[in-house]
Structure formats: structure tokens, C-alpha cells
Design a binder for this molecule. Sequence first.
Ligand SMILES: [Zn+2]
Length: 338
Amino acid sequence: MKAWLLEEPKKLRLQEFGPTALTESKVKVKIEEVLLSMSDYDVYTGVSKHTYPFIFGRNAVGVVSETGDKSNSLLLKMDRVAIEPYIPCDVCSECKEGDYQNCSNMQELGHNCNGLLQNFIDLPYALLHKLPDNLSSEKALFVSYVAFCLNVVDSLNLEKGRHIAIFSSTKTGLILAQLVAYYQAVPVFISNVDALLDMARDMGIFYCFNPEKSDVEHEILMITGGRMCSELVFFSDSDFRMHDVYNAAAVNANICLAGYSNKDSKLSVAQICEKHLKVFGVYNGAGNYSSAINLLVTNKVNVEVLIGDTMNFATLDQELAEVKPEDLLLKSKIIKIN
Ligand SMILES: [Zn+2]
């Protein structure tokens, strides 16, 4: 067994381990592909802080190598699986009531516990989702993003024809915009990255604009015929002012803060009170993996444009040293493990 250990920002070391004894509740997975997204790159460069050594990687696809429970036929050797990175604690009051998605002590592989940049890993059955043959592994690496966006969709009131403002500096916003359109609401994609706006237009998202080049309040006023947006999503890793979100909001609007981020954005209590805004957070895709796989396999969500170059696991330290953040802005890279 091999894993890349991040010993300090930008310093990787390949560590070999002896084989682990598989327990009955787990499955040994041979990891074949790991996604390298901007969030993973932020871990590598030390932008997001961790205790070292740390194994990063939050999204991976693999094949079942061995099952701990031989009588369990849910998964068989050689089944291809997407790995869900969220591990509920099973002891908090939410978990006790079966509300795993809102676990107050959720662990996430590659975020707050060791991740998937290794060739073999033992994982609980519940984290493994068997993939249909006609879904490529490259597309399946995006399952957690689609699941996360589905949880955002579930948190909103998506009435048919309603305008949903999506503020995003990252490509996850494009996945959400597609889902909003699929559920027959009208996405308004707002991004300070022109290349993302172009991608959104290519995907058929009609309302797209850059808040640095136009007045958000005026644009939303025109698009909504004066009603403004009653459902808004702000991706917390985005680089613009919360004030613009406020200006786009109708009275009594819902504002979903999507994801977790070190970045801080200010929305004053006075502003929240003045418009009677409801502000809440959604930060994971737990509970929506099967639906996400179904949306990908039926091409209801297109992630093809987000798939970038491949990298080799064996030479990852050298290859990663050459990567620049802008390389990951529009496409994620795929690390292949032989
Ligand atoms: Zn819990």
C-alpha cells in the first residue's frame, strides 16, 4: 500500500505501508482515479490549514478488491465504485435520529481526516456507491459535487419559472445552474470570472453577468421584472462582496451559503433584519449520491467540460510542483493510479 503524505505545504513524500487486516464491516478498495480540484490544491499549498503529515484527496473512484463480509452481496469483487467522503459520527443527536446529513461532527476524507491519495483503502460499505457501466470514471469523480448541489437545491424553494441567483467564482456554480434549470427554475449565474460566464452561456444558461462590470441590483431588477430574487445561493469560496447578494435579494428571501471556506464575507445583522432574510448553510452532499449518479448517467448534468488533464500517481510530487492555481480554475485534473 502506498500513500502520498503531505509533510508540509508543497512537500510530498510517498510512504509505503504494510497490508491492513480487513474487518467485517469494511471493504478494501483499490483506488484508480482521484480528482485534483482547487480545494485539494489549496490543501497542497497550505492555503487551507491542516495538521501534518496529511493525506489529501476528497473525490475518488476505485474497484472493490475484497469485501469484509463475504455473505453480503451488495458489493462484489471488481465492482467499480464512487467513494463518498462524508463519515457521520453515529453518536450525535442528529445521527441518533437518522439525520446523518446534518451530523454535528461530520468527518470528511481529505478535509478533516486523511483522504484518498493512496492506492488501497478500507472503507465502510455505506461510503461506496456502485457505478453503472455506462458512466465513465472521469465523470463519476464529480458525483460529490452534483450531490452537494442537490442538497443546495433541496434547501431552496424552486418554483417553476422562479429566478435563482447563483453567486460563484468556481465551477461548482455551473453544476448548480444546470440543476436549477433541470428543475425548471431560472438560473441567474453571477461570476467575477469571465471564462466561467462563457462556459455557462455555452451550457445554455441565459442570464449571466459579471458583478465587477455591471450593477447587480439593476441587472436583477431588469431580469426579474422588479421582483428581485427570493432564492439566492452564495458559494462561500467566491471572491465577491456579500453586499451584492443583499442587493439582489427580495424581501423575505432565502440565502443559501454553500460550502465551507476560510474566506470571510460580511453581511450585517441590520441588513438581514431590514429585508427579513433567512440565511443558512449547506456544506456537503451526504444523502444524495444515488440521485447524483443517476443525473450524471442520464446526462442531465454535463461535467464533461470540467474534466482536465491527467497526472500520474507515481510522479505526482514532480507534476504537482508544476501546477498553477489558474490551471484548475476551469477544469479539474485527474490523478491516475496504476
Ligand atoms: Zn453525528
